[in-house]
Write a protein that binds this ligand. Structure first.
Ligand code: PLP
Ligand code: COI
Length: 343
């Protein structure tokens, strides 16, 4: 039996908790150093570090799970390594090598095995790789020095109640700009979304539906997840296509699951806000959100209700959730290469 920490695994929120070990590597004089694990959760940087002045920072999010067989695995982590390299390049940061990202990930998970929630608890080990400009800059330009870290923490569901329909509201704010940074995982996008998020929270909604920033006509995503919809007859999985949303690894995986495992048709296209009332189901998908059914979208006082609303998730959403989590937990055979075994 694996030794585990004495935590209330089934009642963990989605919040920071310091684990025993994290990975750190520094970029200086044009190269990344060897990197190492450390038990120090604190970061000391120059007062003029690029991240503090001009937000030169990016991050990733993935999870480690204990499977039904007792293995410790991650889901498609090479896609996180690649997306982080793409994000870094766009932010004029030196990408952390993708093979080293995967090695560092294994090191962090192995060093914190006691924090990986047990199979069946509904919790997982959330892993947050991130990178920031640590060297001083005062003129607006990329820094010469960076730090890459991977931290981990056990977490429960992102939305209170777990797999239960939520209601969200159409936001009057934009999360990203046309031709901006919506397609990369930069911390600055999340800073942008905080005000909108507080406004939604005050109105009683845990999330926003952001619209495209150019015409405010098409559905984009929420602050931390992509959308999908199911056609009225249940036959088609429809998901927004946009240059200003994050290319979600969960969404890309669901596209495959829907088409090849559940026999659904798939449409990746622009989706007008005015047409969503015709869909029978709506859901959010992402690493933290997993699959979160959306029961109601409030559009400026008008409720658009999907299926049984807040009462219950729709049948296709249930099937998508069972299949995705079944693959992640080793209960359903995964498409080739999707599961990365760590221990
Ligand atoms: N969209 C945003 C804005 C996110 O922050 C996330 C979370 O990572 C996602 C979508 C979902 O992406 P993924 O499925 O790769 O976690
Ligand atoms: C993730 O799903 O990993 C994210 O980064 C989303 C974040 C809002 C928690």
């Amino acid at each position: 039996m694996r030794k585990i920490k004495d935590l209330d695994w089934s009642n963990l929120g989605f919040q920071y908790r310091s684990c025993d070990s994290r990975y750190v590597s520094h970029y200086k004089d044009g190269a990344w150093d060897e990197g190492a694990l450390t038990d120090d959760p604190n970061v000391v940087i120059n007062e003029c570090a690029g991240v503090l002045q001009y937000c030169q920072e990016c991050f990733e999010g993935l999870k480690a799970y204990e499977t039904v067989n007792g293995d410790i695995v991650c889901f498609r982590p090479e896609l996180n390594a690649k997306r982080m390299a793409d994000t870094a390049a766009y932010l004029c940061m030196p990408p952390f090598p993708e093979d080293r990202f995967l090695t560092a990930l294994d090191m962090v998970v192995k060093a914190n095995l006691e924090y990986v929630p047990p199979y069946g608890s509904g919790a997982s080990l959330y892993i947050r790789p991130y990178m920031f400009a640590s060297g001083p800059v005062i003129g607006v330009k990329p820094s010469d020095e960076y730090m890459f870290r991977i931290i981990a923490m056990p977490v429960g569901p992102y939305f209170k109640g777990g797999f239960k329909p939520i209601s969200i509201m159409v936001s009057d704010f934009d999360r990203a700009a046309p031709r901006g940074t919506g397609h990369i995982k930069a911390g600055l996008n999340y800073a942008m979304s905080l005000h909108a998020h507080e406004v939604a929270k005050e109105a009683g909604y845990p999330e926003n539906m952001f619209l495209d920033p150019k015409e405010h006509r098409y559905v984009e995503e929420t602050g931390g997840a992509n959308f999908y919809f199911i056609s009225a007859d249940g036959s088609t999985f429809v998901t927004p296509k946009s240059d200003s949303i994050l290319p979600s690894i969960t969404r890309r995986s669901l596209v495959y699951v829907a088409e090849h495992m559940l026999g659904l048709k798939v449409e990746e296209r622009r989706i007008e806000l005015s047409e969503i009332g015709q869909f029978s189901e709506c859901g959010l998908c992402g690493t933290a959100a997993v699959i979160s059914p959306v029961g109601v979208v409030n559009d400026h006082g008008k409720d658009i209700v999907f299926g049984k609303g807040l009462e219950d998730a729709g049948p296709v959403t249930k099937k998508l959730y069972e299949t995705l989590t079944g693959i992640q937990l080793g209960k359903i055979e995964a498409p080739c290469g999707w599961i990365h075994k760590i221990a």
